[in-house]
Design a protein around this ligand. Structure first.
Ligand code: PMP
Length: 334
């Protein structure tokens, strides 16, 4: 039967086996969150965070959703907001790519640009500014995905049960990254109560503080990385890292090479964070002594990275290819 609305297309994403890349003794599956109508895993949390605000009476029909993000959460809020009759206002630091801003404007979101060279506590810092705008906008809600319990709830209630059912309740490990921590926290809760033997594995970009924190309990200074959507310079308030069994640090070169390999071999066009996740999942799988069944994610589609990670000239400029327009996988700097 045809769905009643676009919202019904969110979730229930396909789970595909990796068949051409060497996964050691393991079976590895990738959940295609890129198939959500907004193109990313964030559609799930947009629905659950808006539903929670409606339930708590924090927003009424015709109201305004306010968030600080130029990423997938902004796209998801604008899309779900459109379907539910809300306006969306996004505060965006001025370093964000033009494509994302064009996309958001075309979806009808209102964009407020702010400086990207100021930190937390400064009135022009994007999160502080979004919160201040929400205070003075009637019938509005500051979504705040980093501190919103409806974010992990979405994954506990939808992503976790889908994975468990799709693997026929035979699963040993899940590999995921942390941006807000919603995915990891929600899945940790779901598997803790339904299948506590399932191990949570963290994939973290080199430069992020999270993998080191999991391994040692200590905070370090953050570095810089180019992979988008995962890795942090702090532990987000909603992130529960206590269930992480193993943590892998993956640098940009390996993340991009793996995302390109995923497209060239399996035909899956996924974003840069999916490269980090798959690289960590492959390391995990190849280091097992016994066969295991493992799930990881394509968190978003690769379309928005065509001019970056999938562009040989950009890759060469960044030092990830040995010569411009080299093309093939063999010319990648490892
Ligand atoms: N990948 C991408 C592309 C993302 O945008 C995000 C969210 N920022 C994630 C992964 C991580 O998800 P979470 O916020 O649930 O930790």
């Amino acid at each position: 039967m045809a769905p009643a609305s676009l919202l019904e297309l969110i979730g229930n994403t396909p789970l595909l086996p990796i068949t051409r890349i060497d996964t050691g003794p393991c079976e590895l599956f990738i959940k295609l969150e890129s198939q959500n109508p907004g193109g990313s895993i964030k559609d799930r949390i947009a629905v659950s965070m808006i539903d929670a605000a409606e339930r708590d009476g924090r927003i009424r029909p015709g109201g305004t959703l306010i968030e600080a993000t130029a990423g997938n959460t902004g796209l998801a809020l604008a899309l779900v907001g459109l379907a539910k009759g809300y306006r969306t206002k996004l505060v965006i630091p001025d370093k964000m790519s033009q494509e994302k801003i064009f996309h958001l404007r075309a979806l009808g979101a209102e964009i407020i640009m702010t400086r990207s060279d100021v930190g937390k506590g400064h009135p022009e810092y994007y999160q502080d500014m979004a919160e201040a705008i929400a205070v003075r906008t009637p019938n509005s809600v500051y979504i705040n995905q980093f501190g919103n319990p409806a974010n992990p709830d979405a994954h506990e209630k939808t992503t976790g049960p889908e994975i468990w059912a799709q693997t026929g309740e035979r699963l040993d490990a899940v590999v995921c990254g942390v941006g807000s921590g919603g995915t990891l926290t929600g899945l940790t809760r779901y598997f803790r109560s339904n299948a506590p033997h399932v191990k949570m594995v963290l994939a973290d970009p080199a430069g992020s503080v999270l993998a080191h924190f999991v391994r040692t309990g200590e905070m370090t200074d953050a570095g810089a990385w180019l992979v988008e959507g995962i890795g942090e310079d702090f532990v987000p308030p909603i992130a529960d890292l206590s269930g992480v069994a193993e943590a892998y640090t993956i640098d940009d070169a390996e993340s991009f090479a793996t995302a390109r390999e995923l497209l060239a071999t399996e035909g899956i066009l996924a974003g840069s964070s999916s490269g980090t996740l798959l690289a960590a999942a492959l390391r995990y799988c190849r280091s097992r002594e016994q066969p295991e069944r493992v799930v990881t994610f394509a968190c978003d589609s690769g379309n928005k990275y065509l001019s970056k990670m999938f562009n040989d000239f950009w890759m060469y400029d960044q030092g990830f290819l040995t010569h411009p327009a080299a093309g093939g996988l063999t010319d990648l700097v490892q």
